[in-house]
Design a protein around this ligand. Structure first.
Ligand code: HMG
Ligand code: MG
Length: 309
């Protein structure tokens, strides 16, 4: 029998990955309230926004105001995406403690997403990472399209490894591997992780699954069985990348918390309280969010139970 880890760490990306593709402007106050509720659920790592070009991601143009409005909480770390030195300068002014750089294993996706080749992106990140670390920030990195690229199709593990190695050599403390369009299945995850884990310890790698094809939870189990303990997810299953056509939301945090808890893996997150955060954002957006656990809890509530029951 596979021995599962006792605990897993969830990186909540709902306020950033979840909201970045929303077409209608969401007020800074509603974002602040959403993040406040996420913290109240026990989430400790929350990616709140991005310092990218505001014309490319208008929804997150209020990044600086949002970060300044957030209440600090012991044990809670807020982070933001930073693609270049201009982004680092903007991030620094807000006092944020953690930043994340982001590239991909596919050239076409990198070009469409950040207007750079993979090599240019790595050259751009080196001073961003050094600068961030010198400012006392911690730095995460993302590698998108680790399994399937919306433009190039299947991505071989051998294409992912050199990007991960380059980033690991620059001093980031964690590399999150993205299934950007949510097409991977557990055998894909195992193949790529088999190669990566021969070069990098599992505690330096995170898995970031989108759920377009409904395989994200199965992929989490594959990752868990290989020793990975950090998973990215988005409250309610919000999300999608505007430069990955067809990509739906991230794996829903509620569904991840349910799975892990039921498998005996602690997350420190209260499912009912988390559903309150998602229910709040569902009200702001005016549509049902895809998380199965959220919808189950909300249906229970209609019968008189509270979300936390
Ligand atoms: P660019 O146009 O190549 O930038 O954009 P540039 O360096 O040539 O500069 C052009 C202008 O942009 C200049 O202004 C810069 O100052 C300005 P001008 O002199 O013309 O007035 N500029 C900026 N302004 C504000 N903040 C900045 C910034 N940088 C330059 N940081 C850039 C390059 C990367 C900025 C652009 O392509 C961009 O913003 N892309 C956004 C990509 C994005 O946010 N994608 C979604 C997130 S990634 C994701 O979702 C995947 C992930 O979830 C994992 C997964 O699922 O796989 C992480
Ligand atoms: Mg993503």
């Amino acid at each position: 029998m596979t021995i599962l880890p006792k605990q897993a760490r969830i990186v909540e990306v709902g306020p950033r990955d979840g909201l970045q593709n929303e077409p209608e402007a969401i007020s800074t106050e509603d974002k602040r309230r959403f993040i406040h509720l996420l913290v109240a659920s026990g989430l400790q790592q929350i990616e709140v926004t991005s310092f990218v070009h505001p014309k490319r991601i208008p929804q997150l143009a209020d990044a600086a105001d949002l970060i300044r409005s957030l209440q600090p909480h012991p044990g809670v770390t807020y982070s933001a995406l930073v693609p270049n030195m201009k982004g680092l300068e903007r991030a620094q002014e807000t006092g944020i403690q953690r930043i994340a750089v982001f590239t991909a294993a596919s050239e076409t996706f990198t070009q469409k997403n950040i207007n750079m080749t993979i090599k240019e992106s790595l050259d751009t990140f080196r001073p961003v990472i050094e600068g961030g670390l010198a400012l006392g920030m911690s730095v995460r990195a993302y590698v998108s399209t680790c399994w399937v690229c919306p433009y190039e199709g299947d991505i071989a593990p051998e294409q992912v490894l050199p990007v991960v190695q380059a980033l690991a050599g620059m001093g980031v403390d964690e590399i999150s591997l993205g299934d950007t369009i949510g097409a991977a299945v557990p055998t894909d995850v195992k193949r790529t992780m088999d190669l990566l884990l021969t070069h990098h310890p599992a505690d330096k790698l995170a898995l970031h699954f989108h759920d377009t094809y409904g395989t994200a939870l199965a992929n989490v189990v594959a990752g868990l069985e290989m020793g990975v303990t950090t998973f990215d997810a988005s409250a309610g299953g919000l999300g999608g990348c505007p430069y990955a056509p067809g990509a739906s939301g991230n794996l829903a945090t509620e569904d991840l918390v349910y799975l892990l808890t039921r498998m005996g893996v602690e997350t420190g997150v209260n499912l009912g309280k988390l559903a309150e955060a998602s229910a709040f954002m569902q009200g702001v957006l005016g549509r049902r969010l895809p998380s199965k656990q959220l919808q189950r809890l909300m249906a229970n509530m209609e019968t008189g139970a509270s979300l936390c029951s």
